[in-house]
Write a protein that binds this ligand. Structure first.
Ligand SMILES: Nc1ncnc2c1ncn2[C@@H]1O[C@H](COP(=O)(O)OP(=O)(O)OP(=O)(O)O)[C@@H](O)[C@H]1O
Ligand SMILES: [Mg+2]
Length: 327
């Protein structure tokens, strides 16, 4: 692959969930759908770090699950290393899942409660044929050491571990496949604040030493800023701004990004943003606004925002923004 090909590229991806009702249009019944991901395009290069932020319900987890083929995609494309991933071609999906690992929010729910942690790691090594059977035990011990756990922990079941230890085991399991990309979905949100920093530092160290690509999904802008070179801001199923993290923080372009950043306590006097507050709650994804989905809450809303076409991402500096106006 040429250097210009991103490791992972998603284009115009759409995912909707049917939430209620019969789908019998001939009889006048129409099922209701939540448009959870509404035309997302983004890409990440090998070894790079991308943070995805946005309010609860904006579609971050759905996007992650759709990338891994865990949720049915309505339309759009996922390309890994340039190759199109389609659920019908099981080989392409198997290749993706052999190189892209996910770390979930709840470390206890993502491990089998009945299975000792070492056994769970051994199972991944066996399924992905990563090492010879006789080398599995040693590799499990290596993986546990890599995430700061003692190899004796292999005997323990998830409930015999603390939250932080359990998330370390979750990271070890992700690393067992020797991934090129890790997608971490709110992976510290369930942990005590004192433990969060340890886990984040571990993730960052591993990302750098192994040259992994990392997609880091979080509510926490401060953490994303610390961890990620690029950032994508999502609003109601759409990426509204994407770019170099430092540029986006220094001069956010989209009014939604500006409002999000203004809400973050900032101790740096160089980062003075006009205080802006977000008006109201996000509209229901069951009934998306016309035009720009952000227009009902936007302090700069003009007629075109409500009645025009939905703005799509366009180039802005080293990134992209989806807004009719330049700020
Ligand atoms: N299985 C499902 N069935 C129906 N609707 C769903 C399902 N999963 C998610 N949704 C809806 O899809 C939208 C996007 O949800 P998603 O979980 O992807 O958001 P999120 O950004 O990850 O939120 P959070 O920050 O709270 O984790 C929400 O409106 C949610 O209610
Ligand atoms: Mg989520």
């Amino acid at each position: 692959m040429s250097a210009a090909t991103p490791l992972l590229a998603v284009s115009d991806l759409r995912v909707s969930y049917r939430v209620a009702g019969l789908d019998l249009p001939a009889l006048g019944f129409k099922a209701r759908h939540v448009q959870a991901v509404n035309g997302v395009s983004l890409a990440i290069d090998a070894g790079d770090t991308l943070g995805i932020v946005g309010e609860s319900g904006c579609g971050k987890s759905t996007l992650a699950r759709a990338i891994l083929g865990l949720t049915q995609v309505e339309s759009g494309e996922v390309r890994y290393d340039g190759a199109l991933i389609t659920p019908r071609e099981r080989l392409s999906l198997a290749r993706l899942r052999g190189q892209v690992a996910m770390i979930f929010q709840d470390p206890y729910a993502s491990l089998n409660p009945r299975m000792p942690v070492g056994e769970a790691l051994a199972e991944v090594l066996r399924v992905h044929r990563k090492v010879e059977p006789q080398a599995i035990e040693a590799r499990v011990a290596d993986l546990l050491r890599l995430v700061g756990l003692s190899p004796q922990m292999a005997q323990r079941r998830p409930h015999q571990l603390s939250g932080g230890q359990c998330q370390r085991a979750g990271i070890a399991r992700a690393l067992a496949i020797e991934p090129r990309l890790i997608i971490a979905d709110e992976c510290v949100a369930a942990l005590d604040v004192s433990i969060q920093a340890q886990i984040l530092n571990l993730l960052l160290e591993l990302q750098q030493s192994m040259k992994l690509a990392l997609i880091f999904i979080s509510h926490d802008l401060g953490v994303v800023r610390h961890l990620c070179r690029r950032i994508a801001i999502m609003y109601l199923g759409q990426v509204v701004e994407e770019g170099l993290t430092e540029e986006v923080f220094a001069a956010p372009r989209h009014p939604y990004t500006r409002a999000l950043l203004a809400a973050v306590p900032d101790t740096n006097p160089d980062h003075q943003l006009a205080p802006q507050t977000l008006r109201g709650d996000p509209p229901s994804p069951l009934d998306l606004p016309t035009g720009c989905a952000f227009h009902p809450r936007c302090p700069h809303c003009e007629d075109i925002c409500a009645s025009g076409t939905r703005p799509t991402l366009r180039a802005a500096r080293m990134g992209q923004v989806a807004c009719h106006f330049d700020f």
